[in-house]
Write a protein that binds this ligand. Structure first.
Ligand SMILES: Cc1cc2nc3c(=O)[nH]c(=O)nc-3n(C[C@H](O)[C@H](O)[C@H](O)COP(=O)(O)OP(=O)(O)OC[C@H]3O[C@@H](n4cnc5c(N)ncnc54)[C@H](O)[C@@H]3O)c2cc1C
Length: 486
């Protein structure tokens, strides 16, 4: 069986885990407690059945899917028709997870094709590195595992070091499941898109401009296609259309939780190792960062032959927008004028071609809380559309992938045996899924904003062989366990 098509694992219903049976002793104790309660009812009410522990599903090894000749057909009689807007990480991942589960979907992207814009930067997969098998990706092509992380002062003095190579010299065997994987965003997106194959409902060049709720008929979507309007029907609309989400604006307006500027800009560059000097810092498996309390540069593998650097520093919002709009030449000049630090940082900046340089002001948003629920519509948001965050903890794409999986799993579990027709999608499905998403991501948004502060302040020098934000938190813990300056 080729592992190119997948179908949901019926043994665990796509959850990747199953509940263990209660042990004989647990059952016996529960029975005794019930008998006792029957004879002399206690004040606290009837005894609660003990919860069974969960274990990894042995049939799919935790992936929730199993190899199959071809993906299942979309089952419109069982599941709502999903319209996904945006083919970034969140949207494509949701389409893949729906495909595996036989949930009918259509996906719309305003770009004409996958290559229309250079979507160029590298991602570090953390939690999502483990979840990736749930999208049918057995091995990440071009993923690189780093084994050494260093923090320097501008003079090159090492003030922090962690990673497997700190303890073991030489050849290391590293478990990819337990490691962070660096991968170009485009490579990961390509692998996810490959899962969709030639699915008939992939609409490139379709920009969502509006939607209406048409009573029992569901939703009517209007897309702009080469200047013409086209209409589509759906039962549930998912905005996976990024930080400036059109679905979000159509649903909530511009005023709800406006974008929050985090006071800094990032300039990114991608450079082949072949153009750089040979040094242990550029051995293809080392991540290093250097900071002076204002500026900070972070250098990581992009793929086996290339590195990505990310320089960030505080700037007023208008100045950051203006610098970003001036383009690569101005961004490179700004980077070179700001840091003339230890070897090989100036060499990296010099060697990076302008066409591989970009820069953005950094924004996030306050958590949605009940905002989607209040609108009482079968419309939801995932990924950056729901919870944009600063890139300094590398969590945006990780959370986007987890959002997609959680939503597809919830739709499947809810309607696999009880077809959805007439169901309250908002109340019985979306409210529950969004609550879990907000709980999981709100902390990441806050930690990412906190990292933006720490990395551009004197706190970055707080010692410790661990990421800087963790060091800063450790150093400012009060007796009551709270950070003095969160
Ligand atoms: C410099 C940088 C470094 C980062 N590093 C990491 C990292 O190491 N780890 C990590 O986990 N995250 C990282 N992130 C964050 C991560 O890239 C994002 O959180 C993630 O890509 C968001 O995915 P998304 O699908 O929600 O949105 P996007 O990737 O923005 O996709 C949205 C898509 O929707 C389309 N669209 C928009 N409007 C419409 C419309 N009206 N109709 C149709 N289509 C539309 C867009 O064209 C786009 O293709 C980084 C981000 C940056 C900027």
């Amino acid at each position: 069986m080729k592992e190119s098509s997948w179908s949901v694992c019926k043994h665990c219903l796509g959850r990747g885990k199953v509940s263990r049976k209660l042990s004989k002793r647990q059952r016996q104790q529960f029975k005794e407690a019930c008998l006792k309660y029957e004879n002399e009812p206690a004040k606290g009410g009837a005894p609660e059945r003990p919860k069974a522990s969960v274990q990894t599903c042995e049939k799919c090894h935790g992936a929730g899917i199993i190899p199959h000749q071809k993906p299942p057909e979309g089952q419109e009689n069982h599941f709502p028709r999903i319209a996904i807007v945006g083919m970034g990480m969140a949207g494509v991942a949701l389409a893949v997870a729906c495909l595996h589960r036989g949930i009918p979907f259509a996906i719309f992207e305003r770009d004409k094709d996958a290559a229309e814009r250079a979507q160029g930067y590298g991602l570090t997969l953390q939690q999502a590195g483990r979840a990736i098998k749930s999208f049918g990706i057995v091995k990440l092509n071009q993923g690189v595992i780093s084994t050494r992380h260093l923090v320097h002062t501008p003079a090159g003095e090492v003030i922090g070091e962690w990673g497997a190579r700190k303890w073991v010299e030489g050849q290391l065997s590293v478990d990819p499941k337990r490691s962070n994987i660096h991968i170009a965003r485009q490579s990961l997106r390509k692998q996810l898109l490959a899962q969709l194959g030639d699915h008939p409902a992939i609409y490139w060049g379709h920009q969502l401009v509006s939607y209406q709720q048409e009573g029992a008929k569901g939703l009517k979507l209007t897309c702009l296609v080469a200047g013409e309007e086209r209409q589509f029907e759906a039962d549930l609309l998912v905005g996976a259309d990024g930080i400036r989400s059109a679905v979000r604006t159509l649903l909530l307006g511009d005023q709800t939780h406006e974008l929050r500027y985090l006071g800094c800009i990032v300039i990114l560059g991608i450079c082949p190792l072949a153009k750089l000097p040979e040094t242990p810092l550029l051995d293809g498996t080392t991540v290093f960062q250097t900071a002076n309390g204002v500026e900070r540069i972070y250098v990581m593998p992009y793929d086996a032959e290339t590195i990505m650097w990310q320089l960030s520093f505080p700037m007023l919002e208008e100045a950051a927008k203006s610098l970003s709009s001036q383009g690569p030449k101005a961004l490179k000049a700004e980077a070179l004028s700001r840091i003339n630090w230890h070897y090989p940082i100036p060499e990296i900046l010099q060697a990076t071609e302008e066409k591989f340089i970009s820069g953005y002001p950094v924004y996030d948003r306050e958590a949605l809380q009940g905002a989607l629920s209040e609108k009482a519509q079968p419309v939801t948001l995932i990924g950056d559309a729901a919870h944009p965050m600063s890139p300094f903890k590398g969590q945006g794409a990780n959370q986007a992938l987890l959002d997609a999986l959680a939503l597809a799993q919830a739709i499947y579990t809810k309607y696999q045996y009880t077809p959805w027709q007439g169901a309250d999608l908002r109340g019985e499905l979306l409210d529950v899924v969004e609550q879990e998403m907000i709980l999981r991501t709100d902390v990441k948004v806050k930690e990412s904003a906190e990292a933006a502060r720490v990395l551009h302040s004197a706190d970055v020098f707080l010692g410790g062989d661990q990421p800087r934000r963790a060091s800063a938190l450790k150093a400012c813990v009060h007796p009551n366990g709270k950070c003095a300056d969160p």
